[in-house]
Design a protein. Structure first.
Length: 71
């Protein structure tokens, strides 16, 4: 058993109310929008850098010449 003579040492200012915690958690829709936007930005950066559309698996005009390899 624990020592009942000691007191909790966490200051009240460091504990959060459950409502405060729940308000700071993004909704499912907000998370989905965030992930979709991040993926779109990643695809755009890749296309600009490598002139290749990874979503549609198509080479684009640019500094690289892509050659399809059949395994």
């Amino acid at each position: 058993m624990g020592n009942w003579s000691t007191r909790e040492s966490t200051p009240c200012s460091l504990t959060k109310d459950l409502n405060d915690v729940l308000q700071s958690v993004p909704s499912t829709q907000e998370m989905e929008e965030f992930v979709v936007y991040a993926e779109q930005q990643q695809h755009r950066r890749f296309m600009e850098k490598y002139n290749f559309d990874i979503v549609n698996d198509l080479p684009l005009q640019g500094r690289y010449e892509w050659v399809k390899i059949i395994p």
